[in-house]
Design a protein around this ligand. Structure first.
Ligand code: ZN
Length: 507
């Protein structure tokens, strides 16, 4: 064995420990969100904090520094003699080690304390519909986020927002995203004018009660159709649906059901299984390494949204599944035909609340948050002026006026837990999904033709080979260029929406 190879093996052993500790911490969190008795909450917080501490210790272990220097690797150039996986392993492990060692301990502690206080303040302020009760906490979190960005940045003149964004969408910059989002906003504005002049679908039958046991049975059939492997996964219930990886052969999803919100439950099932498929499809060669993960939140979201929207809200999907669905709920759907159902599933309605938004208006909610959080970080927007700026943006982009803070700038938990730079990844997911779909159709032909059978194997295999198997080997930008031959462009998403909604709304 050569010396370099020996060093790499030692680095991989260190990384396997970090990865396994991460999985164990995730198991504690999964349990807390699903089955843990309420009374255990305090002790569980201590257990989780202990695991997070151990995990961090292993990431900043002095052996990393020694091994990197023995290898002569300083993260600045691609090392010679390594394939794509080896290069990515060094790049990502070095980046993680460097970042974590740069954050002073008191900053970590301040962030943990302030975000915990801020979450409580946010929940109270939201309940009381009073932004001013949360404003001081937000102010302090923004200050700490800027400190954090300055601590981890490679150079002192790096833009703070870009540095924060890189945590979720590596390599992306606010400038590039702004350009993409400006084009998207303009295209969506034109589409919304057409939709407003079109024929709105009838949706009354979706508002009737749908038995939860039957909702669950149907949701599981669809997850099986998608190819989600229940022998290496689980489906459970939680207040907020999520996907978590507890090991290379243990990728779990959760959902929630509400009798009066049948689509919300079904599309949560599909969305989370889409995330789960990405994790289940990661290459065996990456097992228990830090590369065995989605390459960014935007790419992860492209997988969940592809299945949820491009597949689950398509005419071809319902041509295949509507009869089964109708047989489960004859009391609600006896007089409904598949075309009316498909149109109802794709009803568009500008609304105040992001998580309830449809496929067309959703991106507006993100564009608004992206612009506002950039301004908060740069200081161009004062915290006290946030509610006003929020309402102005909703009036301009969605044509609606937020009547209160609770349904306005207090609706999302993200900023209270210090997630700045996270929101844009939701909209990037839609854009990546549309661009990947175009590439898939070049290889496989039109997607509707692939949805007629009992399993969507052809689609899943394509996603596996082109995206899932690579984990984090390629950055999101590089992956997009490898798969589609181009950088991210909003034109594909706008084309997709225009084609689809011309049919739904008859314009
Ligand atoms: Zn998601």
């Amino acid at each position: 064995m050569g010396k370099a190879e020996e060093i790499i093996n030692q680095l991989k052993n260190l990384d396997a420990t970090v990865t396994r500790l991460g999985h164990i911490a995730a198991l504690l969190e999964w349990d807390q969100e699903t089955y843990m008795p309420e009374g255990a909450v305090e002790e569980r917080a201590s257990q989780s904090a202990l695991m997070v501490g151990l995990h961090h210790e292993k990431i900043v272990d002095a052996r990393w520094e020694n091994l990197f220097s023995e290898l002569g690797y300083d993260g600045s150039a691609n090392p010679e003699g390594f394939d794509d996986v080896g290069t990515a392993f060094l790049r990502e492990s070095y980046k993680r080690w460097k970042k974590q060692t740069r954050v002073p301990r008191n900053l970590v502690e301040n962030l943990a304390r302030e975000t915990s206080l801020a979450q409580a303040a946010w929940a109270g302020a939201r309940k009381a519909d009073k932004f001013s009760a949360f404003a001081p906490n937000l102010e302090s979190i923004i200050g700490l986020e800027k400190e954090y960005a300055a601590a981890i940045a490679d150079n002192s003149d790096a833009d703070a927002y870009d540095t924060l964004l890189d945590e979720y969408e590596p390599g992306a910059s606010a400038g590039e995203i702004s350009t993409v989002f400006d084009g998207l906003a303009e295209g969506l504005r034109i589409l919304m004018d057409k939709i407003r002049s079109g024929n709105a679908p009838e949706t009354g039958f979706l508002e009737k009660p749908y038995d939860i046991t039957r909702q669950d049975a149907f949701g599981q059939r669809i997850q099986n159709f998608m190819g989600y492997d229940i022998h290496r996964g689980r489906l459970d219930l939680s207040a907020h649906p999520f996907t978590t990886t507890l090991g290379p052969d243990d990728v779990r999803v959760t959902t929630r059901y509400d009798e009066k919100l049948v689509l919300s439950g079904l599309f949560s099932n599909i969305h989370e299984a889409g995330h789960g498929l990405y994790e289940q499809g990661i290459g065996q060669n990456l097992r228990n390494t830090l590369l065995a993960d989605g390459t960014s939140l935007g790419i992860h979201e492209s997988q969940s949204r592809f299945w949820e929207n491009t597949v689950g809200r398509s005419m071809a999907f319902w041509d295949r599944w509507f009869d089964d669905f109708k047989n489960l709920f004859p009391e609600n759907l006896a007089n409904v035909d598949v075309r009316s159902f498909y149109r109802a599933v794709n009803s568009v309605q500008p609304s105040l609340i992001r998580v309830e938004a449809d496929e067309v208006t959703y991106s507006f909610h993100i564009i608004i948050r992206f612009r506002l959080e950039q301004a908060l970080i740069s200081g161009d927007l004062k915290v006290a002026d946030l509610p006003g700026a929020w309402n102005d943006a909703y009036r301009d982009l969605l044509g609606i006026t937020s009547l209160n803070d609770a349904d306005g700038c207090l609706q999302d938990v993200h900023w209270s837990v210090g997630l700045f730079g996270y929101f844009p990844t939701y909209a990037l997911g839609n854009l990546y999904a549309a661009q990947f779909t175009r590439a898939m159709e070049k290889d496989l032909g039109p997607i509707p033709a692939l949805l007629g059978s009992d399993r969507a194997d052809a689609i899943l295999n394509w996603l596996r080979e082109n995206i899932h198997v690579h984990g984090r080997v390629y950055s999101p930008g590089d992956l997009c260029r490898r798969v589609t031959g181009e950088s991210l462009d909003s034109v594909y998403f706008l084309d997709y929406l225009n084609g689809k909604y011309a049919g739904v709304y008859g314009f």
